[in-house]
Design a protein. Structure first.
Lengths: 129, 158
């Protein structure tokens, strides 16, 4: 968590997928302070997207962040997605679904609330490996 | 007599991983965990979503992690949720011999899981949404006799 699902009608090429996955990890961590090992990205092909959309981002993220933080993630991510994929900025749709950190277990432990990552990582080194 | 409580578990697992080889045994284990935590009058449907190679990443690099969305009753307390998630992690580790970092469990409330699914479907073209959902369900049902479990793909039907 987060899990970003990138949906397109046709598959992106492997190099673009790898670049997009790295960019999403960079952008999410830059704006939220989350550890990189938390960031999951999946690519979904052949999605019958609505006509106004060529690329759809569905992010399941830990709840509790400010609207401003989520907006910053969206703005930065969408701009870089457009640059990496060549999809028109206006045809990228971005949705976030917040999930309480206490509802998710990774590395065998419940995730920390946003902002509590440092002390959590001190206790659970293995989850950052 | 009270009605059965129904849960749909969605397990996203890698095509080359051990989880699909163990899917039937994992299903039995998952059902046992649900019964132990939420009572015998519990009905669990497992859906196995296969992730093709090269379509999942963690920390920016290719991932082999399985993600399991396992809804729980809305009225569950946090200590019960944690115990349930621990049991789910343990059963995957035992059956598939995966590392603790290769299993991610999300135990949302049932009502939140329904909102999640509804929101995820909003990406579909409204004119094709029903047809797409029908194709996904049909594909799972048609393949069930051969596999013994409900399997779909991360990718949408052709």
């Amino acid at each position: 968590m987060p899990l970003y699902q990138i949906s397109t009608r046709e598959p992106l090429n492997p190099k673009v997928k790898a670049d997009v996955a790295m960019m999403i990890t960079d952008v999410h961590c830059k704006h939220t302070g989350a550890p990189r090992t938390f960031v999951n990205v999946m690519f979904v092909n052949r999605v019958p997207l609505s006509p106004a959309t060529d690329l759809h981002v569905f992010g399941s993220v830990r709840g509790g962040r400010t609207l401003q933080t989520n907006d910053n993630v969206e703005e930065d991510m969408v701009a870089q997605l457009a640059a990496l994929t060549g999809v028109d900025l206006r045809k990228i749709e971005f949705m976030i679904f917040p999930i309480p950190a206490s509802h998710v277990m990774e590395g065998g432990v419940v995730l920390p609330e946003p902002g509590e990552e440092a002390s959590w990582l001190e206790q659970h080194h293995h989850a950052a490996e | 007599m009270s009605e059965k409580r129904r849960f749909v578990v969605l397990a996203s697992v890698h095509e080359a991983g051990e989880a699909l080889n163990q899917a039937r045994a994992l299903e039995r284990d998952i059902k046992r965990v649900y019964e132990r935590h939420f009572g015998k009058r519990t009905s669990v449907t497992c859906i196995w979503m296969e992730i093709p190679q090269g379509q999942a990443f963690i920390a920016g690099y290719p991932s082999t992690a399985s993600t399991v969305l396992a809804p729980v009753p809305d009225d569950i307390e946090q200590h019960g949720r944690e115990a349930f998630m621990s049991d789910m992690c343990d059963l995957f580790r035992v059956r598939t011999d995966c590392d603790v970092n290769e299993i991610i469990v999300t135990a949302m409330n049932v009502s939140d899981a329904k909102r999640y699914a509804k929101k995820a479907r909003r990406r579909f073209d409204p004119k094709r949404a029903k047809q797409t959902m029908f194709q996904i369900v049909a594909r799972m049902i048609l393949k069930r006799p051969a596999t013994g479990y409900l399997k779909t793909s991360l990718n949408m039907p052709k």
